[in-house]
Design a protein around this ligand. Structure first.
Ligand code: SAM
Length: 263
């Protein structure tokens, strides 16, 4: 491939890609970084063209990279071959991926969701941990959920950590951001069951009715689901815990709920 070779960390494109590790920079630019040929290929297959594509020499002859390069160039993006040192700085890893790409962020408006499009939708109240969020997006994709809705102030689904944890599902699952009040108003129009999750609930998750499309509402890692959010739900449920653990990890609990709602 005849892409330009860049070896300097002060190259403006390399600096711009590195800056996307900062949330502020992602917000201002509306862009984010995805690492690895698998994730970039996933994006390309879903019709998303990289704005910038960086790759190392060892990946140059891979047919999937060639496809990603062609897609990037066709969409007037920038393709650069870079050194191992630059890849390591861009991805902040000792063993960096050989391909790193920059994409535009996409957020779906709440009003654009079509409840009939899937059996289950997931809403997360004030999720804090990017690893949890990414894992939930991946699980929602695997189970065929219609969207992941971020309610209130949440961590950034487009941080490098969250995107990594999605394993490419960030391109497949609509992600929505909503203020609490807007979510509460929109929820009133929901045609199926709205099921909240509370450690104090008396209904076991497998005993609840999940009228499709089910909307499941999960709480924050530390505080759980506050009363005002729980009261928006038709029913609140608890996943039984038989040992000494007082709660499940948020992403694990969400996985259990998604599969209960889609069974
Ligand atoms: N201290 C928090 C509390 O009192 O709710 C624990 C929060 S838990 C780590 C994070 C979220 O995962 C909860 O808000 C709930 O949505 C879900 N969760 C965890 N364990 C659960 C369980 N056994 N049943 C239902 N939901 C659970």
């Amino acid at each position: 491939m005849n892409a330009r070779l860049v070896t300097s960390l002060t190259n403006p494109t390399v600096k711009a890609v590195r800056a996307l590790h900062l949330r502020k920079e992602r917000e201002v630019s509306g862009r984010f970084v995805a690492e690895g040929l698998k994730i970039v290929t996933e994006a390309v297959e879903l019709g998303r063209a990289p704005k910038v594509l960086l790759y190392g020499r060892e990946a140059a002859d891979h047919p999937l990279l060639k496809k990603a390069v062609a897609t990037t160039l066709a969409a007037r993006g920038e393709v650069i071959e870079v050194t191992q040192e630059i890849l390591a700085k861009v991805s902040r890893r000792d063993n960096p991926q050989a391909v790193v790409a920059v994409f535009d962020q996409v957020f779906t408006p709440l009003e654009a969701l079509r409840p009939e499009a899937a059996d289950c939708f997931v809403a997360l109240h004030r999720v804090r941990d990017p690893g949890n969020l990414g894992t939930i997006v991946r699980t929602a994709d695997a189970a065929g959920c219609g969207a992941v809705i971020l309610v209130g102030e949440c961590c950034d689904p487009y941080s490098v950590e969250a995107v990594r944890a999605t394993m490419g599902s960030i391109f497949a699952v609509p992600v929505v951001r909503a203020e609490e009040a807007a979510f509460a108003a929109w929820r009133r129009t929901w045609p199926g069951s709205v099921v909240g999750t509370l450690l104090t609930a008396t209904v076991a998750h497998h005993e609840a009715t999940y009228r499709k499309p089910a909307l499941i509402l999960m709480g924050n890692e530390q505080q759980g689901l506050p009363q005002d959010m729980a009261s928006l739900c038709d029913v609140n449920v608890k996943i039984p815990m038989r040992g000494r653990a007082d709660s499940l990890n948020l992403s694990v609990a969400t996985g259990v709920m998604i599969y209960a709602a889609t069974a």
